[in-house]
Design a binder for this molecule. Structure first.
Ligand code: COA
Length: 329
């Protein structure tokens, strides 16, 4: 029996109002320059949460926009999946806070933890849930308050991240639109290259943890860079193969927005010209799992892509995790 196709019905996004530029790091005692950060990463500025911005509030705002565009009422949502590396609390899931905020009382709600790949992992889960008949309407929310787990004394990492959320309403597809291929991989032997060493159940929060700052993101930048380039290339190949197309067929590549050099390497590998690559890392930095849905929503709202466009999405993140998908919008 042919499985039903599943599509992204509508997108939404939300980022905090506050913008922090590369020039603002001097004020918090970070020795860096705009030129250094631009040259190494392509990041010029990022949005940073204010006191009232939470992972739930940003996610719920993005979700409301996506639901309104899809014409979906809160009571019609069957499942809410929230991907986040920065839950507001460790228990219960941020997804249930989003559920309460939306009044989506019929839904089952849970979080997934797949770092920067959270949106593509979540989309693959949503597709399976709909195809199995477990759900008709899935709300996928990727919301990240990276500023809460950033070490603001470490210049090698604090310049990289930003806050924000993207959301998608996912349903059965119409008119041949939908998800054409998905690919997911992980390698837990490399977990210690990008992680938060403490603050979990093994080494709970304590004065010693706070002082050592081991509850914050630690990263071996060069190693991560190398793996990201390799895994994003593999991911692009696998999603294109899965959809039986090649890079030349793609209308827009939306890579995870971590670093412009990684984005350029991925595009080159997939033989996709930079004119067909969506880049907003300069304005948002790395918003982890929110980066792809923020970029997709922006591209749709700007008319860069529309109904019928063929989009390749590729991500890489802590874990390591890597993932990709081809969708016909
Ligand atoms: N401003 C100025 N100098 C900085 C700096 C900053 N913000 N951050 C680091 N440096 C310095 C380092 O102290 C080091 O100085 P030293 O040679 O005197 O010791 C020098 O720059 C080189 O550091 P290194 O870490 O080797 O730089 P790099 O060329 O690898 O660039 C990253 C650092 C983080 C930009 C780069 O490794 C990277 O982008 N990695 C991937 C990160 C990523 O995308 N992670 C998320 C994946 S989802």
């Amino acid at each position: 029996m042919k499985r039903p196709s599943v599509q992204i019905s509508a997108m939404g996004r939300s980022v905090p109002a506050r913008v922090m530029t590369n020039y603002d790091f001097a004020a918090i005692g970070i020795e860096t320059t705009h030129e250094w950060v631009m040259e190494r990463t392509g990041i010029s500025e990022r949005h940073i949460a204010g006191p009232d911005d939470t992972t739930c509030s940003m996610g719920a705002k993005a979700a409301r926009i996506a639901m309104q565009r899809a014409g979906v009422l809160p009571g019609e949502i069957d499942i809410i999946i929230c991907s986040t590396a920065t839950p507001d609390r460790l228990l219960p899931a941020t997804a249930v806070d989003i559920q309460a905020s939306l009044g989506a009382s019929r839904a089952a709600a849970f979080d997934i933890s797949a770092a920067c790949c959270g949106f593509l992992y979540g989309m693959t889960m949503a597709e399976g849930l709909i195809q199995s008949g477990a759900a008709e309407t899935v709300l996928l929310v990727s919301s990240e308050k990276m500023s809460a787990i950033t070490d603001w004394t470490d210049r090698a990492t604090c310049v990289l991240f930003g806050d924000g959320a993207g959301a998608a309403v996912i349903r059965r597809s119409q008119k041949g639109r939908g998800i054409l291929s998905t690919f997911m991989r992980s390698d837990g032997t490399l977990a210690d290259l990008l992680y938060r060493p403490a603050g979990g159940a093994t080494t709970p929060m304590s004065p010693a943890v706070l002082e050592a700052r081991t509850h914050l993101v630690h990263m071996a930048g060069r190693e991560v860079f190398k793996h990201a380039v390799r895994s994003m290339a593999e991911s692009a190949d696998r999603a294109l193969d899965g959809a039986r197309i090649n890079g030349g067929d793609i209308d827009l590549l939306i890579p995870h927005q971590a670093n412009l050099r990684i984005i350029e390497a991925t595009a080159k590998h997939a033989s996709i010209p930079m004119s067909k690559v969506y880049v907003n890392v300069d304005r948002y930095g790395n918003t982890s799992s929110a980066s792809i849905p923020i970029a997709l929503d922006e591209a749709m709202q700007k008319g860069v892509v529309g109904e019928g466009s063929l989009v390749l999405m590729v991500a890489f993140g802590a874990g390591f995790t890597w993932a990709s998908s081809v969708v016909r919008l």
